[in-house]
Ligand binder design. Structure first.
Ligand SMILES: Nc1ncnc2c1ncn2[C@@H]1O[C@H](COP(=O)(O)OP(=O)(O)OP(=O)(O)O)[C@@H](O)[C@H]1O
Length: 281
Protein backbone atom coordinates (compact mmCIF):
# COMPACT_ATOMS: atom_id res chain seq x y z
CA UNK A 1 0.00 0.00 0.00
CA UNK A 2 1.22 3.51 -0.77
CA UNK A 3 1.98 5.42 2.41
CA UNK A 4 -0.32 8.42 2.98
CA UNK A 5 2.69 10.80 2.92
CA UNK A 6 3.16 10.05 -0.81
CA UNK A 7 -0.25 11.50 -1.62
CA UNK A 8 -0.08 15.10 -2.89
CA UNK A 9 -1.17 17.77 -0.42
CA UNK A 10 -3.24 19.39 -3.14
CA UNK A 11 -4.65 17.97 -6.34
CA UNK A 12 -6.40 20.36 -8.70
CA UNK A 13 -8.17 18.72 -11.65
CA UNK A 14 -9.82 20.50 -14.56
CA UNK A 15 -10.53 23.62 -12.51
CA UNK A 16 -12.65 26.12 -14.41
CA UNK A 17 -13.91 29.47 -13.14
CA UNK A 18 -16.27 31.87 -14.90
CA UNK A 19 -17.76 35.07 -13.56
CA UNK A 20 -21.46 35.74 -13.93
CA UNK A 21 -22.60 35.94 -17.51
CA UNK A 22 -19.12 36.59 -18.90
CA UNK A 23 -18.40 33.92 -21.45
CA UNK A 24 -14.65 34.00 -21.11
CA UNK A 25 -13.27 31.62 -18.55
CA UNK A 26 -10.94 33.28 -16.03
CA UNK A 27 -9.51 29.81 -15.33
CA UNK A 28 -9.97 27.19 -18.00
CA UNK A 29 -9.46 23.49 -17.24
CA UNK A 30 -6.40 23.85 -15.04
CA UNK A 31 -4.82 20.74 -13.44
CA UNK A 32 -1.78 20.52 -11.17
CA UNK A 33 -0.63 19.00 -7.90
CA UNK A 34 1.37 20.21 -4.94
CA UNK A 35 3.39 17.41 -3.37
CA UNK A 36 3.96 17.30 0.38
CA UNK A 37 6.78 19.71 1.23
CA UNK A 38 7.12 21.32 -2.20
CA UNK A 39 6.60 24.91 -3.32
CA UNK A 40 4.87 25.20 -6.67
CA UNK A 41 5.27 28.47 -8.54
CA UNK A 42 2.42 29.80 -10.67
CA UNK A 43 3.59 32.35 -13.17
CA UNK A 44 1.87 34.41 -15.83
CA UNK A 45 1.09 37.96 -16.76
CA UNK A 46 -1.68 40.07 -15.26
CA UNK A 47 -5.12 38.58 -15.95
CA UNK A 48 -3.86 35.07 -16.72
CA UNK A 49 -5.89 33.55 -13.87
CA UNK A 50 -3.25 33.10 -11.16
CA UNK A 51 -5.11 34.91 -8.38
CA UNK A 52 -8.46 33.38 -9.32
CA UNK A 53 -6.85 29.92 -9.04
CA UNK A 54 -5.44 30.79 -5.58
CA UNK A 55 -8.74 32.29 -4.40
CA UNK A 56 -10.64 29.20 -5.65
CA UNK A 57 -8.42 27.01 -3.48
CA UNK A 58 -8.98 29.31 -0.49
CA UNK A 59 -12.75 29.40 -1.09
CA UNK A 60 -12.55 33.19 -1.31
CA UNK A 61 -14.08 33.83 -4.74
CA UNK A 62 -17.10 36.15 -4.88
CA UNK A 63 -20.54 34.56 -5.01
CA UNK A 64 -21.03 35.24 -8.71
CA UNK A 65 -18.04 33.02 -9.55
CA UNK A 66 -18.98 29.65 -11.05
CA UNK A 67 -16.45 26.97 -10.16
CA UNK A 68 -16.23 23.49 -11.66
CA UNK A 69 -13.69 20.67 -11.56
CA UNK A 70 -12.04 19.34 -8.46
CA UNK A 71 -9.74 20.68 -5.74
CA UNK A 72 -8.72 17.87 -3.43
CA UNK A 73 -6.88 18.91 -0.29
CA UNK A 74 -5.62 16.15 1.96
CA UNK A 75 -8.12 13.82 0.29
CA UNK A 76 -11.04 16.21 0.85
CA UNK A 77 -13.02 17.86 -1.98
CA UNK A 78 -13.05 21.65 -1.62
CA UNK A 79 -15.24 22.53 -4.63
CA UNK A 80 -18.73 22.99 -3.25
CA UNK A 81 -17.58 23.07 0.38
CA UNK A 82 -19.77 25.32 2.57
CA UNK A 83 -18.47 28.59 4.02
CA UNK A 84 -18.66 27.23 7.59
CA UNK A 85 -16.46 24.27 6.77
CA UNK A 86 -14.08 26.50 4.81
CA UNK A 87 -13.76 28.80 7.79
CA UNK A 88 -12.56 25.83 9.80
CA UNK A 89 -9.84 25.18 7.24
CA UNK A 90 -8.63 28.73 6.70
CA UNK A 91 -5.96 29.87 9.11
CA UNK A 92 -5.55 26.34 10.41
CA UNK A 93 -4.90 24.06 7.42
CA UNK A 94 -4.93 26.64 4.61
CA UNK A 95 -3.22 30.02 4.89
CA UNK A 96 -2.74 32.85 2.44
CA UNK A 97 -0.21 35.67 2.24
CA UNK A 98 -1.47 38.53 0.09
CA UNK A 99 0.29 41.22 -1.91
CA UNK A 100 -0.95 44.11 0.18
CA UNK A 101 -0.75 43.31 3.90
CA UNK A 102 -2.73 46.45 4.77
CA UNK A 103 -5.85 44.93 3.21
CA UNK A 104 -5.33 41.64 5.06
CA UNK A 105 -4.70 43.25 8.46
CA UNK A 106 -7.42 44.90 10.53
CA UNK A 107 -6.36 48.57 10.86
CA UNK A 108 -8.20 48.96 14.17
CA UNK A 109 -6.55 46.10 16.03
CA UNK A 110 -3.04 45.81 17.45
CA UNK A 111 -0.83 43.46 15.46
CA UNK A 112 -0.12 41.09 18.36
CA UNK A 113 -3.82 40.65 19.03
CA UNK A 114 -4.50 39.83 15.38
CA UNK A 115 -1.84 37.14 15.33
CA UNK A 116 -3.07 35.95 18.74
CA UNK A 117 -6.60 35.60 17.41
CA UNK A 118 -5.38 33.27 14.67
CA UNK A 119 -3.52 31.18 17.23
CA UNK A 120 -6.54 31.11 19.56
CA UNK A 121 -9.07 30.50 16.78
CA UNK A 122 -8.38 26.83 16.50
CA UNK A 123 -6.59 26.23 19.78
CA UNK A 124 -8.69 27.78 22.51
CA UNK A 125 -6.83 25.64 25.07
CA UNK A 126 -3.63 27.56 24.34
CA UNK A 127 -5.05 30.85 25.61
CA UNK A 128 -2.55 31.21 28.46
CA UNK A 129 0.46 30.90 26.18
CA UNK A 130 -0.85 32.94 23.28
CA UNK A 131 1.15 36.13 23.95
CA UNK A 132 4.34 34.07 24.20
CA UNK A 133 3.56 32.28 20.96
CA UNK A 134 2.86 35.58 19.16
CA UNK A 135 6.20 37.02 20.30
CA UNK A 136 8.02 33.84 19.27
CA UNK A 137 6.49 34.05 15.80
CA UNK A 138 7.33 37.75 15.43
CA UNK A 139 10.94 36.91 16.31
CA UNK A 140 10.94 34.02 13.88
CA UNK A 141 9.92 36.27 10.98
CA UNK A 142 12.76 38.67 11.74
CA UNK A 143 11.00 41.37 13.77
CA UNK A 144 13.64 42.96 16.02
CA UNK A 145 11.40 44.28 18.79
CA UNK A 146 8.53 41.78 18.98
CA UNK A 147 6.97 43.38 22.11
CA UNK A 148 6.78 46.83 20.55
CA UNK A 149 5.51 45.56 17.21
CA UNK A 150 2.91 43.33 18.88
CA UNK A 151 1.55 46.41 20.66
CA UNK A 152 1.47 48.55 17.49
CA UNK A 153 -1.35 49.14 15.03
CA UNK A 154 -0.72 48.14 11.39
CA UNK A 155 -0.36 51.78 10.22
CA UNK A 156 2.51 52.28 12.70
CA UNK A 157 4.56 49.59 10.92
CA UNK A 158 6.66 49.84 7.76
CA UNK A 159 5.56 47.88 4.67
CA UNK A 160 8.20 45.24 5.34
CA UNK A 161 7.20 44.87 9.00
CA UNK A 162 3.55 44.53 8.01
CA UNK A 163 4.40 41.78 5.52
CA UNK A 164 6.49 40.02 8.19
CA UNK A 165 3.54 40.25 10.61
CA UNK A 166 1.24 38.81 7.95
CA UNK A 167 3.66 35.95 7.31
CA UNK A 168 3.74 35.24 11.07
CA UNK A 169 -0.07 35.26 11.07
CA UNK A 170 -0.22 32.87 8.13
CA UNK A 171 2.30 30.42 9.54
CA UNK A 172 1.35 30.56 13.24
CA UNK A 173 -0.88 27.50 13.05
CA UNK A 174 1.53 25.47 10.93
CA UNK A 175 -0.93 25.22 8.01
CA UNK A 176 -0.71 22.25 5.66
CA UNK A 177 -0.73 24.53 2.61
CA UNK A 178 0.44 28.15 2.31
CA UNK A 179 -0.64 30.25 -0.67
CA UNK A 180 1.45 33.32 -1.43
CA UNK A 181 -0.07 35.70 -3.98
CA UNK A 182 2.52 38.26 -5.16
CA UNK A 183 3.74 38.60 -1.57
CA UNK A 184 6.62 40.95 -2.43
CA UNK A 185 5.22 42.95 -5.35
CA UNK A 186 4.11 45.95 -3.29
CA UNK A 187 7.48 46.32 -1.53
CA UNK A 188 10.53 48.28 -2.64
CA UNK A 189 13.39 46.28 -4.07
CA UNK A 190 15.55 46.04 -0.94
CA UNK A 191 12.67 45.00 1.33
CA UNK A 192 11.45 42.66 -1.41
CA UNK A 193 14.78 40.82 -1.24
CA UNK A 194 14.60 40.52 2.55
CA UNK A 195 11.03 39.21 2.52
CA UNK A 196 11.89 36.76 -0.26
CA UNK A 197 14.79 35.43 1.81
CA UNK A 198 12.44 35.07 4.78
CA UNK A 199 9.80 33.26 2.70
CA UNK A 200 12.41 30.99 1.21
CA UNK A 201 13.54 30.02 4.71
CA UNK A 202 10.01 29.68 6.12
CA UNK A 203 8.52 27.75 3.18
CA UNK A 204 11.34 25.20 3.17
CA UNK A 205 9.79 21.78 3.68
CA UNK A 206 6.20 23.12 3.64
CA UNK A 207 3.60 22.61 0.93
CA UNK A 208 3.10 25.96 -0.73
CA UNK A 209 1.99 27.78 -3.86
CA UNK A 210 3.83 30.93 -4.84
CA UNK A 211 1.99 33.12 -7.36
CA UNK A 212 3.92 35.82 -9.20
CA UNK A 213 4.23 37.59 -12.53
CA UNK A 214 7.97 37.51 -11.92
CA UNK A 215 9.95 34.43 -12.88
CA UNK A 216 13.07 35.64 -11.08
CA UNK A 217 11.08 35.88 -7.84
CA UNK A 218 9.45 32.47 -8.31
CA UNK A 219 12.84 30.97 -9.02
CA UNK A 220 13.98 31.86 -5.50
CA UNK A 221 11.24 29.93 -3.73
CA UNK A 222 9.69 27.31 -6.02
CA UNK A 223 11.04 23.97 -7.12
CA UNK A 224 8.42 23.44 -9.81
CA UNK A 225 6.50 25.94 -11.89
CA UNK A 226 3.35 26.12 -13.98
CA UNK A 227 3.06 28.85 -16.61
CA UNK A 228 -0.45 30.29 -17.13
CA UNK A 229 -1.63 32.10 -20.22
CA UNK A 230 -5.22 33.31 -20.63
CA UNK A 231 -6.61 30.97 -17.98
CA UNK A 232 -4.76 27.86 -19.10
CA UNK A 233 -1.55 26.12 -18.13
CA UNK A 234 0.74 26.16 -21.15
CA UNK A 235 3.84 24.68 -19.56
CA UNK A 236 4.94 23.01 -16.38
CA UNK A 237 8.08 21.44 -14.96
CA UNK A 238 11.00 21.84 -12.58
CA UNK A 239 11.79 25.55 -12.53
CA UNK A 240 15.40 25.30 -13.64
CA UNK A 241 14.46 22.94 -16.49
CA UNK A 242 11.72 25.31 -17.68
CA UNK A 243 14.14 28.24 -17.62
CA UNK A 244 16.87 26.26 -19.37
CA UNK A 245 14.64 24.63 -21.98
CA UNK A 246 11.23 26.25 -22.26
CA UNK A 247 8.96 24.30 -24.62
CA UNK A 248 5.99 26.59 -25.15
CA UNK A 249 6.53 29.65 -27.36
CA UNK A 250 5.00 31.92 -24.70
CA UNK A 251 7.48 30.70 -22.07
CA UNK A 252 10.31 31.06 -24.57
CA UNK A 253 9.28 34.63 -25.37
CA UNK A 254 8.85 35.38 -21.69
CA UNK A 255 12.31 34.16 -20.78
CA UNK A 256 13.98 35.70 -23.79
CA UNK A 257 12.50 39.14 -23.28
CA UNK A 258 12.72 39.06 -19.45
CA UNK A 259 16.35 37.91 -19.76
CA UNK A 260 15.72 35.86 -16.69
CA UNK A 261 19.38 35.03 -16.13
CA UNK A 262 20.37 38.65 -16.06
CA UNK A 263 17.56 40.62 -14.44
CA UNK A 264 17.22 41.01 -10.68
CA UNK A 265 13.96 39.92 -9.01
CA UNK A 266 11.29 42.56 -9.29
CA UNK A 267 11.33 43.28 -13.01
CA UNK A 268 7.96 42.85 -14.68
CA UNK A 269 7.38 40.12 -17.21
CA UNK A 270 6.36 41.02 -20.75
CA UNK A 271 2.68 41.04 -21.61
CA UNK A 272 1.02 38.78 -24.15
CA UNK A 273 1.01 41.74 -26.55
CA UNK A 274 4.80 41.97 -26.18
CA UNK A 275 4.99 38.24 -26.76
CA UNK A 276 3.04 38.39 -30.00
CA UNK A 277 5.20 41.31 -31.09
CA UNK A 278 8.32 39.20 -30.38
CA UNK A 279 6.82 36.20 -32.21
CA UNK A 280 5.68 38.32 -35.12
CA UNK A 281 9.13 39.71 -35.81
N1 LIG B 1 -14.31 39.25 -9.05
C1 LIG B 1 -14.19 39.16 -10.37
N2 LIG B 1 -15.26 39.38 -11.18
C2 LIG B 1 -15.14 39.27 -12.53
N3 LIG B 1 -14.01 38.96 -13.17
C3 LIG B 1 -12.92 38.74 -12.43
C4 LIG B 1 -12.94 38.81 -11.00
N4 LIG B 1 -11.70 38.52 -10.52
C5 LIG B 1 -10.94 38.28 -11.61
N5 LIG B 1 -11.66 38.39 -12.74
C6 LIG B 1 -11.16 38.16 -14.11
O1 LIG B 1 -10.51 36.92 -14.16
C7 LIG B 1 -9.37 36.97 -15.00
C8 LIG B 1 -8.15 36.43 -14.28
O2 LIG B 1 -7.80 37.33 -13.23
P1 LIG B 1 -6.68 37.05 -12.14
O3 LIG B 1 -6.83 38.10 -11.09
O4 LIG B 1 -6.72 35.64 -11.70
O5 LIG B 1 -5.35 37.30 -12.94
P2 LIG B 1 -3.89 37.29 -12.39
O6 LIG B 1 -3.14 36.41 -13.30
O7 LIG B 1 -3.85 36.95 -10.96
O8 LIG B 1 -3.44 38.78 -12.61
P3 LIG B 1 -2.83 39.84 -11.58
O9 LIG B 1 -1.36 39.51 -11.55
O10 LIG B 1 -3.12 41.14 -12.20
O11 LIG B 1 -3.51 39.63 -10.26
C9 LIG B 1 -9.24 38.40 -15.47
O12 LIG B 1 -9.80 38.50 -16.76
C10 LIG B 1 -10.07 39.17 -14.48
O13 LIG B 1 -10.64 40.32 -15.07
Amino acid sequence: MTPATDAPTLEVTDLTVTFGRRRQKAVDGVSFTVAAGETLGIIGQSGSGKSVTALAIMGLLPEHAVVSGSIRFGGRELVGLGEREYRGLRGDDLAMIFQEPMTALDPTMRVGRQIGEVVALHHSDRRGGIRGEVLTWLGRVGIDEPERIADSFPHELSGGQRQRALIAMALANQPRLVLCDEPTTALDVLVQRQILALLREQLEGRSAIFVSHDLAVVRQTATRVVVMLEGRIVEEGPIEAVIAQPRHPYTRGLIASARIDRVPPGQRLPSVADFYRVEGQ
